[in-house]
Design a protein around this ligand. Sequence first.
Ligand SMILES: Nc1nc2c(ncn2[C@@H]2O[C@H](COP(=O)(O)OP(=O)(O)OP(=O)(O)O)[C@@H](O)[C@H]2O)c(=O)[nH]1
Length: 521
Amino acid sequence: MTPTTSTAPTRRPTEPAPHDDRSDAVDDGVASTGAPDGAGPARADAVSRILARHGASPSPAGTSFDGDQLDLAERQALRRVGGLGSHSSELQDVTEVEYRQLRLERVVLAGLWTAASVEEAEASLRELAALAETAGSAVLDGVLQRRPTPDPATFLGSGKAGELKGIVAATGADTVICDGELSPSQRRGLEDIVGVKVIDRTALILDIFAQHAKSKEGKAQVELAQLEYLLPRLRGWGESMSRQAGGRVAAGAGIGSRGPGETKIELDRRRIRTRMARLRRQIREMAPARETKRSRRLAGGVPSVAIAGYTNAGKSSLLNRLTGAGVLVEDALFATLDPAVRRARTPDGRDYVLADTVGFVRHLPTQLVEAFRSTLEEVGGADLVLHVVDASDVDPEGQVTAVRSVLADVGALDVPELVVLNKCDAASPEAVARLRSRLPGAVVVSARTGEGLEHLLDVVAERLPHPEVDVDVVVPYTRGDLVSRVHRAGEVLEEEHTGEGTRLRARVGEHLAAELHGVAV
Ligand SMILES: Nc1nc2c(ncn2[C@@H]2O[C@H](COP(=O)(O)OP(=O)(O)OP(=O)(O)O)[C@@H](O)[C@H]2O)c(=O)[nH]1
């Protein structure tokens, strides 16, 4: 069975833990959220609380936990409860009963503050919370421990693991998500202490990918990545899953148990390896079609532009805006896994292709980089990378670094990069100015309002390879539009105003050259 069974947008029921009186969960500083679980404010509260409890200022740079990330959580929660309305205060009306009907997985986060700065620890934690919500869970609380390396036996040190156990019991959580990749023994060790399912960041991301893969190739790639992750952990999974599910593991029983974990538990390694071999073969067989298309494009001399960027940065929105393609735009991390390729044309009439790519994220699991290598290699073959950055994010520069490191991984660092600062409608002018000074040459746009898109198209046209046709024509004064296009899209070598019109000596694209010759006097 493939993970395709788990692509349904709603989660399967997860049995809520018996303890649920969160109103008295305040004694050891583990405050009850009060707000409905799964709602953005609850998640923001949880993240603030985790950071505050460990001496990290929740808002080190004067930023708050609302803003875009919070909107994301709110909207997701609203979608889940099915049209409660669009105002966040209405989320307060989601009662415990409704919450139970939603049957979200109730998760507690566990992070290590090994990063140099509090901002990094905070960004990682916030992202983990957003990932968990994208997977359909409610983030209740968590712990953050400052230590240079993970504990080899239990990830967190023993004192902190004990604290986590208390939080799990007090909140009635059914899952712990660790911000890192756990070894099988670390996972078992921590599970033994906290008494509920423990998964790691990699499993969480794989789970989201399993939910979102749409095409046959995407599904096969995700399943392969899941199996690669699962193989060395097989024994651990079998034991702990049977502990929690009473020996029966149901499909879709929760994060990390979707996909291969769910029904393949009883399979031995050999069968998994056989399955992996078959998937690899299938993926190889599917690859020629894409290769052929790609080489046809290259042979036809059609330049290509790859849109890359952090998940949720607005890549699909931009592609839609620039080409009118109906690509799925969703306010969730990794809404698109199956890259779309669309044709576009520069103002001077040169055709090129625009390709969307899978969204990147901090610590993209290596299994996934491998799985999506072929897709990402499109970036390596492109003439230009549009690196889309969400200018309204609290940590856009961290995202830029993460994206560039994946681009380096797939050998795409040589491709010229054009940074596009998107969502300028939602970002503060100061944030945009700061980013522009740090990322020289960046173009500021809003895929939502359309601001800056015309300029972006001009810059793209300028940065694409030029077929370089030299023209020497006199353009009648009635066609000032053509003269402007030559200025915008071509290279003007000489310009002179004559009695009959504007004489232009210029280097332009083929199409524009043909048009100029068509009107020349
Ligand atoms: N305010 C604002 N929101 C935007 C803008 N562009 C995109 N968005 C929103 O950001 C969210 C994510 O947009 P997508 O285009 O799906 O992002 P993506 O980068 O393709 O996401 P992945 O598929 O996860 O990689 C959606 O809710 C968009 O409506 C913008 O210019 N301004």
